[in-house]
Design a binder for this molecule. Structure first.
Ligand code: FAD
Length: 526
């Protein structure tokens, strides 16, 4: 279904268009008889205010800086469509980047000399097809692409419902995570967030406003999921819901041996049926290294009284591996969940005496990273550079990765600050028609180096990241980047591998003038 907008053609539009064009530094005048440009509206929503430009030039990563010419503050999807149409029909088109919450680490939501669309401007505008609407009967929520997952959680919990697949941190937008994948400890069981979308409204790079799903405009649907913002701007996604649990049993287990750690992780994720009540609801893993405390900004979990014994273990082994699992409970299962967790733990090979447990509310668990964020913000340590590296590693090579990267590069450099995540997920929970790229094997691990650095020390972390990539290339570890960033076309072609041709074809089909998400530097990297 193509939705078309009736744009008023006011005489004054001529003046405004000229102004917009001068903002864009477009020299050739647009055909002023063009009836379908909401120029008046559009110009009033474009800002060249220095603070808006400055904010659109930055992201969470704090490493890349790229100034747009203007920032659009849309109040409805129609404003975005008008902007895209404007650029699409200009003789010299300009780049357009949707900016969700700007939590990218490498300028992916920037548009140098173009226009950044501040999606959050639409956040509270429920009248225009955005916002969050819950269908209790049909168990789904229609959510605007600009909505934060924390708001989706709160809105659905009001009805005792919740989505099933999450990210660790909830202050990210729906459009932003669906453009990547959206992974966390639920992924092994429910698939990433991109596997949990029923349909979407998308404005393509040709300004077509389309509803897409596996049955309707399916090529666009699969292109956009994990599509790095290249094919269209998501203005609505329909997310399936389930009854929300009341609370969670949350357990961490420590290992000094990597092979026992990964064996147990793989055993636990082998039970992954959506309806299998004996399956875990969440599984992750991380490294504990000598950073003064076994806790980090992302989580305070271990009882204080146990810190000394954990620290002495870390000092002895250099790295300790921490397996983290969760089982949900509700009113019906709250009396049996402990027994079920005990059964799960039986036969696992963690270090005796190093099992730690907690019982917390469901929302508190999902929103667990927030308190760390607020603490860092209060110390002025949140808005610092984040030279992150996120990877997917095939299961058959994760042991080589442990030896060559964790135990060699990381320990030797001894600069790693912040969490290092390591946990497995499975290919079968994804649809290969989606744009997102993963290794070829059925089981693969995600490894996330979530560094925070000082303003003048981030390059040391970048060097380490480069070392890690060099090691993988040299030893033939078939690594894929998650939240990828590359600077040459060859690297992107290599990244997409067998998917490159389809990816490129879809670009020509949905964004032939290469307008969208230029900050990813896939089609405009020269
Ligand atoms: P932005 O950074 O604003 O945009 C990201 C990309 O998506 C850009 O290319 C942008 O143009 C495009 N885009 C944005 N909105 C739309 C839209 N509506 N339609 C089309 N394209 C759009 N990721 C995980 O998977 N799991 C995690 O657990 C996780 N935890 C994180 C924790 C923190 C503290 C941070 C900073 C990031 C984390 N991430 C995680 C990464 C995060 O999912 C991505 O960086 C995501 O893109 C951020 O969302 P955003 O709304 O800030 O997107």
């Amino acid at each position: 279904m193509v939705m078309s907008f009736q744009f008023p053609a006011y005489f004054t539009a001529i003046f405004i268009i000229t102004r917009v064009m001068s903002i864009m530094k477009i020299s050739k005048p647009l055909d002023v008889h063009h009836k379908d440009i909401r120029a008046v509206d559009l110009a009033t929503k474009l800002s060249v205010d220095p603070s808006a430009i400055e904010s659109a030039s930055r992201d969470f990563g704090g490493i890349v800086k790229a100034e747009p010419e203007a920032v659009l503050h849309p109040s409805a999807p129609q404003d975005i469509a008008a902007l895209i149409k404007f650029s699409y029909s200009s003789s010299v088109p300009f780049g357009i980047a949707a900016k969700g919450h700007g939590h990218s680490a490498r300028g992916q939501a920037m548009a140098e000399n173009g226009v950044v669309v501040d999606m959050r401007s639409m956040a509270n505008n429920r009248r225009n097809g955005t916002g969050i609407r819950v269908s209790i009967d049909r168990l789904y929520a229609d959510v605007g692409g600009e909505q934060l997952w924390i708001d989706v959680l709160n809105a659905t919990l009001e009805y005792g419902l919740a989505p099933v697949s999450w990210t660790d941190y909830l202050y990210l937008t729906v459009g932003g995570t669906l453009s990547n994948a959206g992974i966390s400890g639920q992924t092994f069981r429910y698939g990433p967030q991109i596997s949990n979308v029923l349909e979407m409204d998308v404005i393509t790079g040709k300004a077509d406003f389309l509803t897409c799903s596996p049955r309707m405009n399916s090529e666009l649907f699969y292109a956009v999921l994990g599509g790095l913002g290249q094919f269209g701007i998501i203005t609505r996604a329909r997310i399936p819901l389930q009854p929300a649990p009341k609370g969670v049993k949350w357990v961490r287990l420590l290992y000094d041996d990597f092979s026992s750690f990964t064996k147990d992780q793989e055993l636990l994720i082998s039970k992954n049926g959506r309806k299998d009540k004996s399956a875990l609801d969440y599984l992750e893993g991380s490294l504990l290294m000598d950073q003064g405390s076994p806790d980090n900004w992302r989580s305070s979990f271990f009882p204080h009284k146990d810190h000394p014994k954990i620290i002495s273990l870390i000092t002895k082994h250099g790295i300790i591996y921490c397996l983290e699992i969760v089982k949900h409970y509700d009113d019906r299962t709250k009396h049996t969940v402990d027994k079920e967790m005990k059964q799960v733990l039986q036969g696992l090979n963690y270090m005796p005496g190093f099992m730690f447990g907690k019982d917390v509310g469901y929302e508190e668990f999902l929103n667990r990273v927030r308190s760390g964020e607020l603490k860092l913000k209060s110390q002025g340590l949140w808005d610092v550079p984040h030279p992150w590296l996120n990877l997917f590693i095939p299961k058959s090579q994760i042991s080589d990765f442990n030896n060559g990267v964790f135990r060699d590069i990381v320990l030797e450099r001894n600069i790693t600050t912040g969490p290092v995540l390591v946990y497995p997920m499975n290919r079968q929970k994804r649809d290969d028609r989606m744009s997102a790229v993963i290794p070829d094997e059925e089981i693969f691990y995600t490894v996330g180096f979530l560094h925070s650095s000082g303003f003048d020390t981030w390059e040391a972390f970048e060097d380490q990241n480069k070392d890690i990539m060099r090691f993988c290339n040299k030893t033939g570890i078939l690594v894929k980047q998650y939240l990828p960033h590359y600077s040459t076309k060859e690297e992107w072609v290599h990244h997409f591998g067998s998917k490159w041709k389809v990816f490129q074809h879809r670009k020509y089909q949905f964004d032939p003038r290469m307008l969208l998400s230029p900050g990813q530097r896939i089609f405009n990297n020269n």
